[in-house]
Design a protein around this ligand. Structure first.
Ligand code: PXP
Length: 249
C-alpha cells in the first residue's frame, strides 16, 4: 500500500445542526478534534456567502486550534478572498456558489470564468495557499485549470454518487476515471469529493491518480448512529481496502 490517499473530513453539517438552534452545540471544532484523533488527514470547511453552516468564527478557531491542514472551501468573491488571505489556510478549494442551492450542485466553470478566476488563484498562490478548483470531470475544465496555473483540481463526484447503481453509475464513474488520468497527465494533483458514502467510495479511492477525498455529509449523518470516530474509521477502512485492491467488510 505505497500510494498515499488523504481523507479530508468536511465538518460543515455539524454547524448546520448547531445553527438550527442558534447556540454553540454541537461545536464543529470538537468534531474536527475527534476527526483528527480518528485519522483524518485534513479538515474541510465551506464558508458560504449566507453563513448557513460554518461561520467566520469557526474558520478562525479551526485555523488556530487544529493542527491538521485546513481546506477552506470558498466562492470566488472578493469577500472570500479577503478572508482566505487573512487566515491563510493550508488550501482553498474554489467552488461555485448559488444562494438557492442545497449544496454545491455542480462544478466550477473554469473555461467561462477564467478571467475572473485568474487573479484570485494568483493572489491565493502568492499567499502560500494551495489552490484547488472544484470541477466536473470534464477534460475542457481540466485543461482550463492547468492553463490558469492551479496546482490542484477536485473532481465533483455528485453525479456518480447520485446515479442508480449499475450502468448509469458506471458511466459516471468512467468520466471520473478518465478525468483523473487526464489531470495526472497535465501534472495536476487530483482530489475528489461530494456525496461519497461507504458504497461509492472504493472505486474512486482505487483510482491511482486520486490523492485526496473530501467527505462530509455522509460521515456526519453516520456519526449520529455510530459516532464520528467510528464513521471515519470505517470510511478509512474502505479507502485502505481500495488501496490494497480488496473490499472492506
Ligand atoms: N468537496 C467539495 C468541494 C464540496 O463542496 C463538498 C460539499 O461541501 C464536499 C467535498 C463534501 O461533500 P459531501 O458533504 O457530500 O461529502
Amino acid at each position: 500500500m505505497s500510494r498515499v490517499l488523504r481523507l479530508g473530513v468536511n465538518i460543515d453539517h455539524v454547524a448546520t445542526i448547531r445553527n438550527a438552534r442558534g447556540g454553540d452545540h454541537p461545536d464543529p471544532l470538537r468534531a474536527a478534534k475527534i476527526a483528527a484523533a480518528a485519522g483524518a488527514d485534513g479538515i474541510t470547511a465551506h464558508l458560504r456567502e449566507d453563513r448557513r453552516h460554518i461561520g467566520d468564527r469557526d474558520i478562525a478557531r479551526l485555523r488556530d486550534e487544529i493542527d491538521l491542514p485546513l481546506n477552506l472551501e470558498m466562492a470566488a468573491t472578493a469577500e472570500m478572498l479577503a478572508i482566505a488571505l487573512r487566515h491563510r489556510p493550508h488550501a482553498a478549494c474554489i467552488v461555485p456558489e448559488k444562494r438557492e442551492e442545497r449544496t454545491t450542485e455542480g462544478g466550477l466553470d473554469v473555461v467561462g470564468g477564467a478571467a475572473h478566476l485568474a487573479p484570485i488563484i494568483t493572489a491565493l498562490g502568492e499567499a502560500g495557499v494551495r489552490v484547488s478548483l472544484f470541477i466536473e470531470p470534464d477534460p475542457r475544465q481540466l485543461d482550463a485549470a492547468r492553463a490558469l496555473g492551479a496546482p490542484v483540481v477536485e473532481l465533483h463526484t455528485g453525479a456518480y454518487c447520485d446515479a442508480a447503481a449499475g450502468p448509469a453509475r458506471e458511466a459516471q464513474f468512467l468520466r471520473i476515471a478518465e478525468a483523473a488520468r487526464h489531470a495526472q497527465s497535465l501534472g495536476l494533483e487530483c482530489h475528489a469529493g461530494h456525496g461519497l458514502t461507504y458504497d461509492t467510495v472504493e472505486p474512486v479511492a482505487a483510482l491511482p491518480a486520486i490523492a485526496e477525498l473530501n467527505i462530509g455529509h455522509f460521515l456526519i449523518g453516520e456519526a449520529i448512529f455510530v459516532g464520528l470516530d467510528q464513521a471515519i474509521a470505517r470510511m478509512r477502512a474502505h479507502m485502505d481496502a481500495a488501496l490494497r485492491g480488496g473490499v472492506a467488510a
